[in-house]
Every structure is written in structure tokens, then in C-alpha cells.
Design a protein around this ligand. Sequence first.
Ligand code: TRP
Length: 449
Amino acid sequence: MGGESRETFGSRLGFIFAAAGSAIGLGNIWRFPYLVGVYGGAAFLVVYLAIVVIIGVVCFISEVALGRHTRQSNVGAFKAIKPSWAPVGLIGIIAGFMILSFYGVVGGWTIYYFFKAIAGFAFPNPGASTDLFVGFISNAISPLIYTAIFMATTIYIVYKGIQDGIEKYSNIMMPALFVIIIILAIRSLTLPGAGAGLEFYLKPDLSKIDGETLLAALGQVFFSLSLGMGSILTYGSYLSQDENIPFVCTIVPMMDTLIAFLAGLVIFPAVFAYGFEPGSGGGLAFITLPAVFNEMPAGNLFGGAFFFLLFLAALTSSISLLEPVVAYMMEEHGWERKKATITMGGLIFVVGIACSLSNGIWSGFIVLDRNIFDLLDFISGNVLLPISGMLTAIFVAWVWGSKNALQEATNDGTIELAWGNLWANVLIKYVAPILIAVVFMSSVGIIKI
Ligand code: TRP
């Protein structure tokens, strides 16, 4: 099992930055603000925060504890406790493979947009922003070049290993990300007319909270905290035995939530200040914002900073998507790290080619009403992640045993966890699996709430 020679994070901060890097990604910077806008502003924020506490932190602790206890990544961790559960780990690996194939394509877009922004968008009219985006992503070749650069960077960092790769680069990229987002938030908040955006973002409309809001918030918590596919479990397996799990598992979700919140403070005031619509969903970051930067004084600097931010966020998440796949090949199939990163990263890129082409020349290839890109997004995000997240919670609570998990999380009771019993007896046993099951069934249309 290679336990003796297993790599570990060099410091607590290294783990925190790496795990926060995994969590903080495209999900925070474009998806969260957009959901806040659609689902009732501050009301959504309150629901989101509650779910982070009730389920997010709960599942986060269980993944880290399981990883650290077994010192194995996804498949091995389940196997070490009960071999018949290994397939649950495999679902996570497959989900990670799928997510990274389209995540890498979007990662490539951030690089292209970074260069475009620096050069100045120079749109003759706002509609030109849509034309630029649609024209770019539907091109057969050029998005692939940027995706290849993004994936090669991801492969390089993962190939360098835990301390010399993931930890070292997270320690540089995460502080940079914090600095950039704060500068951008200040810029946005001081624009004339920023107030309307703030009001939209922060004034609660409680009447908008309904079942759908809850579902959207739950799904977002899962995706944003990187739960359900083994990113966090695998990082936990590199955490040293004397580390304080309750502490790191609280601070990381807090950082993730803070960045998501700040992303909204960057986006909404600027969008409103220049009179754009905030509800464009996926187009918000790549269509609306370029039009905003086009109008803004020194917009090429701020636009460049924004897309660099998006690139950093995407990169620290993509390495956490590749690492479990690589660790799986190393642990279960005895591959060298080098062979595993290059081969699996390469295969993921090949699937990414299909994703990218499905926005253009292959757009006619439709399965379940979706092109390849959206299909992989749907299967991984709406089907595989909730299933493996739910089974992981059940596994930790009922197969491994929540008391054993709590022992691990508290270093055999030497660390105080005030709500430890609530965690072990109620939250991980019942609340988390049941709520995840409800979200899953409604997202695939089995039930309606
Ligand atoms: N959390 C990241 C984001 O917000 C994406 C991500 C990385 C992820 N690893 C994951 C999502 C594992 C689900 C599972 O963009």
C-alpha cells in the first residue's frame, strides 16, 4: 500500500491553501454570484451559509477524516475499510475525470480572455462581446490550443507531487488570488453607480426562497466545496496525523464562502454601474464582464486582473481534480506519478477536445438534449457527485462508523469538537445523506419540490 513512503503536506497552511485552492474555482467566481442574483440576493446567501454549516462542513470533515485515517485516496480508502465499497470510490474518480475534461476547456478560455483583456477588448458595441465569445468557443482550433496550455500546466504541477507541486504552487497562487479579488472589489465598489448593484446583491427578498432555492444552494455547496469526488478525501490522505481536522475543515469552507461573496462584490456593482443585465448566467463572466471592462477606465488592467484571477482559481481547482485520478492509478495500478499524470492528463485532454468541439463543429451531436460539453457537466455534477457524496456519507457514518470517524477527526479525543456528538449521531448519519438524496432525485427529475 506504500503507506511508509506516502507524501504529506509540509505545513498546515500548505494544506489549507491547497484545499482552499481546490474549493475556490470557477464555481465561486461566476456561478455563485449568478445564483445569488437569480435566487433572491441576500436571501440565497443566508440559505447558502446555513447549508455550508449543516452539510458542507459535515461532509468536509468526513472526507478528510476518511482520507487521513486510511492514508489512501478515493478507491483505496473505501477498500481499506470495506473492500466491497471500492466502486463508490471509482464513481468519484470517473466524476473527476469528466469534470476536468470540460473544466480544462473553460480554463483555456480564461487564458485567451486574459490576453484579450490586456490588449483591450475595443468593442464597437456591446453586442460585439457576444460575437467574440461565440466566435471563439465555436472555433475548431484556437480554444484547443489554450486548453492544451491549461492542461499542460495542470499536469506539470501534479507531476511535481504534493510538496513540490500542489503545495508550493498553491502557496503562491492563493495569496495572489486574495490580493487580486480585493483590489477588484474595491475598484468595483467605488465606481459611480455601484450602489444599484449592491442593492441587487445584498437586499434580501425572502419571498424568493422556495424548494428550488434550497436545491440550487445545496448543489452549489457541494460543487463549490469540491465534495463528492475525492478531491478533499485525497488531500486529507496527505494530512499529517497530528493536524487539527476540525480547524482546517472549518477554515477552508469559510475561505471558499468569503471568496464567493467577494466575487459578487466585484461583479454586481460593476455590471450595474455600466447598465448591463446581471442575469446572463454562464455568459456573465465571458460576455457581460468583457463589455464592462470595455467601458471602464483602465479596463484592460482590471480586465486582465479579473481573468488572471479566474485562471488562478481554475488552475488550483483543476490540479485537485487531476490528483485523485493520478493517485488512484498510482495506488491501485502501481503506476509511477510521471506516467500517471501524463497519461491520465492526456486522456482527459482528449475528452476535452470533444467537449470543445461540441461548442462548434460537433454541436449537432446531441445526447439527452445536450451537447458533449453539457452532457459531461450534467452527468458528473447532477448524477455522479451527489450519488458518490451520499454514499460517502453513508459509508463514513454506517460502515466505518461515525464514532470511529469522530475519533479520527478529533485525534482520539484530544481535540475539542463542541458539536462532535451532533456530528456523529445526527448530521453525518441522517441529515447529510437524506438531504443529498433529495437534491439528487429532484435534479434528475425523480421527485419535485
Ligand atoms: N470547487 C471547484 C469550483 O468551485 C471545482 C472542483 C474542484 C470540484 N474539485 C472538485 C467540484 C471536486 C466537485 C468535485 O470551481
